[in-house]
Design a protein. Sequence first.
Length: 429
Amino acid sequence: MKITVIGGGSTYTPELVQGFVQLHPELPLEELWLMDINADRLKVVGSFAQRIVQAAGAPFRIILSTNQRESVSGASYVITQLRVGGMDARRNDEYLGQRHGIIGQETTGVGGMAKALRTIPVILDIAKDIQETAPKALLLNFTNPAGLVTESLTRYAPEVKSVGVCNVGITAKMMILEKLADMGQEISPERAELDTLGLNHLTWHRGFRVDGEDIWNQIFPAYLEELRSTDEPEWDPALLDMLGMIPNYYLEYYYSTQHKLGLQDKWPPSRAEEVIAIEKDLLADFSDPALTTPPEDLLKRGGAWYSTLATHVIHSHYADLGQVHVVNLPHHGAVEGWPSDWVLEMPARVDASGVHPLPAAPLPPAQAGLVAAVKSYELLTVEAAVHGDRRSAYLALLAHPLGPQSENINAVLDDMLETNQTYLPQFFA
């Protein structure tokens, strides 16, 4: 078995490698190819990855490459975890929002749109190589904005089997299991399923099953009580009491926009600037020839449970385990009344025949309305990215609930395109 990681120079990669080591020999991986366009960074991260594997008894080979097509060729699975423009581009996305008095964030609002415009053509190019050199491969896309990128794959590379993955769902599941353990109920992750629905970074958690039985009526009241007894709760208990659900933490940008803008006004440092400093230290740690396990400081980078989700989705697919994971994929009618071709983030069963969305009740109007607005933005952004279509980009900003006022759209769009001109040839042909 050959697995390829596009963006292998990421600081997330050692955790992913550790995950594959832990699954051996249940997952008979022979070659793990780490591909990156940054040869210097790939050498640092890749050498550390090779030491991790060597210390574990060399259950598989780590191969480093800067050649995308060669890396993809013959792969059984391809993982994309790339960042077009690097962390500097993320910082530009954040300050783009700040300059115009709107939310600037990696995946949400104008920052997420800028990233999508840069990223979608690159991902579709990878999909083309997969189609031509590894047609049976399953593509797992971790690249943000994950749902929007997956939407582009399903519409413009439908012949490539793909699924979008994000750690938010599995993190919520593991946190709930920790709270149940504090309440005296030790439950293994294999017995539990999170009922969540929406779009990537726009989901609501509304149920939790253990051995098929929904125990949300235990979990949700206990969580509300915890919020009410906290001096500075992460959510307004009154809001959650009305919703009856726990929002994905990215919904703070929609439900508490002014609060988020206030924090944004205090930059620097933005989150990108914090991560730049964290990654500098991590890469220095990775360069230590004595280091053979991921350092604890990797947790500062974020992305908890990332490797668990990636490796377990692959394992469930390869071994026909039928595990349920929260992923991004077209729901194909699993949510009654919603357009069947929409890519949603929701539970799906993973087996050897593919990734299958599970039937789910639609969200109530208060949540469904926000989903519909953001999905309209996503569909328009895909068209803008693929065709370099300024009109679609304008309408995407108009449709987004966190976008600029209509009289400011052209100024924001000009700024977005000019700031990212190097990575947007489709708009400047």
